[in-house]
Design a protein around this ligand. Structure first.
Ligand SMILES: Cc1cc2nc3c(=O)[nH]c(=O)nc-3n(C[C@H](O)[C@H](O)[C@H](O)COP(=O)(O)OP(=O)(O)OC[C@H]3O[C@@H](n4cnc5c(N)ncnc54)[C@H](O)[C@@H]3O)c2cc1C
Length: 265
C-alpha cells in the first residue's frame, strides 16, 4: 500500500496536574504565567497513531500547532517522539482566537503544508476542552471526519476502518481518505521519549509561518474573527455540605425522615 502523509495537530497546554487553575478576572482568561507548558495529552495519542501508520506503510508525519513562539520547544519534543517535520503558526493577529478562528488558521496552515492523507487531532484539549477544533478544521477543508476514535486499521489503499465512541456505545466505520480523525485515550499507549530521538530532533525541520505567509484573512482570525464572547468566569466549588450525626438510636428515625424528604424512600 502507498505511504501516508499524516498531519498531527498539537496544542501546547498548561500543565494543571501540578498547578492550580487561576483566572484573570479582567481579561476572563486562564493565567498561564509560571505554569509549565506540555503537549496536550490526547495529542500524544494522535501522534502515536500517526507514527504507527508511518511504521507500517511508510510516509511522513508533520506536526502542526498554532501558538505563541514559546511553542517551538513543544514542537521540538514532538519531533523527538518521531515526527519528521513541524510547522508552527504564530502571529499576533492570531491572539484571542476562539475555536472557529483557531480552526480557520489551522486550515490555512494545512493548505500551506500541501497534500496529505490523514489529519489526526486529540478528541479534546486539557484546557479549553470544547472538542470543536478537529471537526471545525475538517469542515474548513471540506473533508470527512470522525471524532472520538478508539481504534484504527487501514482497510484498503484509500480507506481506514475505525471504531469510535458515541453516547450510545461504539460504532464501526469505514472512512475515505483524505480525512480527519480525533482520537480518544483508548486508541493506544503513547511511546516514551528516547535519547536518540531527542538528539535527532535538533536537525529536523521546524518552519514558522505568520498571517501573511498563510494568506489568512485578518477578519477571520484572532479576536476580530471570533464570534464567541466570554461573559464571565467562575470556579465551581465541589465542597460538599456535610453533617455528622451522633451514634444514637434516634438517628435512624432522623435519617428515615430525611430520606423521605429527599425522595430517596
Ligand atoms: C473569545 C476567546 C478568546 C480566546 N483567546 C485565546 C488566546 O488569546 N490565546 C489562547 O491560547 N487561547 C485563546 N482562547 C482559547 C482558544 O480558543 C482555544 O484554546 C482553541 O480554540 C482550542 O480550543 P479547545 O482548547 O477547546 O480545543 P479542542 O477542540 O478541545 O481541541 C481538540 C484538539 O484540536 C487540536 N487543537 C486545538 N487547538 C489547537 C492549536 N492551537 N494548535 C494545534 N492543534 C490544536 C488538538 O489536537 C486538540 O487535542 C480563546 C477562546 C475564546 C472563546
Amino acid at each position: 500500500m502507498k505511504p501516508l502523509h499524516c498531519i498531527v495537530c498539537v496544542k501546547p497546554v498548561p500543565d494543571f496536574s501540578a498547578h492550580a487553575v487561576e483566572f484573570d478576572r479582567q481579561t476572563k482568561t486562564v493565567r498561564r504565567e509560571n505554569v509549565p507548558t506540555i503537549i496536550n495529552p490526547l495529542d500524544k495519542n494522535a501522534l502515536e497513531a500517526a507514527l504507527r501508520l508511518k511504521e507500517s506503510y511508510g510516509g511522513k508525519v508533520t506536526a502542526l500547532a498554532m501558538a505563541p513562539p514559546f511553542a517551538e520547544d513543544i514542537l521540538r519534543e514532538v519531533l523527538a517522539y518521531g515526527a519528521d517535520e513541524a510547522v508552527l503558526l504564530s502571529d499576533r493577529v492570531f491572539a484571542g482566537s476562539d475555536t472557529l478562528a483557531t480552526s480557520y488558521v489551522l486550515a490555512q496552515g494545512v493548505k500551506k503544508i500541501g497534500a496529505f492523507d490523514l489529519i489526526l487531532a486529540g478528541a479534546a484539549s486539557a484546557d479549553g476542552g470544547t472538542a470543536q477544533v478537529g471537526p471545525q478544521l475538517a469542515e474548513h477543508l471540506g473533508i470527512p471526519h470522525v471524532s472520538f476514535v478508539t481504534s484504527l486499521t487501514r482497510a484498503t489503499e484509500d480507506t481506514l476502518e475505525l471504531t469510535a465512541k458515541t453516547e450510545e456505545g461504539t460504532v464501526l466505520l469505514e472512512l475515505s481518505l483524505p480525512a480527519l480523525i480525533t482520537v480518544s485515550r483508548e486508541i493506544n499507549e503513547p511511546r516514551t521519549l528516547a535519547l536518540f530521538g531527542i538528539v535527532a530532533a535538533a536537525a529536523k525541520p521546524l518552519r514558522i509561518f505568520g498571517a501573511a505567509d498563510l494568506e489568512v484573512d485578518p477578519a477571520r482570525a484572532g479576536e476580530r474573527g471570533s464570534p464567541t464572547r466570554i461573559a464571565g468566569v467562575f470556579e465551581v466549588s465541589l465542597a460538599r455540605k456535610g453533617e455528622i450525626l451522633p451514634a444514637a438510636p434516634e438517628t435512624a428515625a432522623f435519617l428515615a425522615q430525611k430520606f423521605k424528604e429527599w425522595g430517596v424512600l
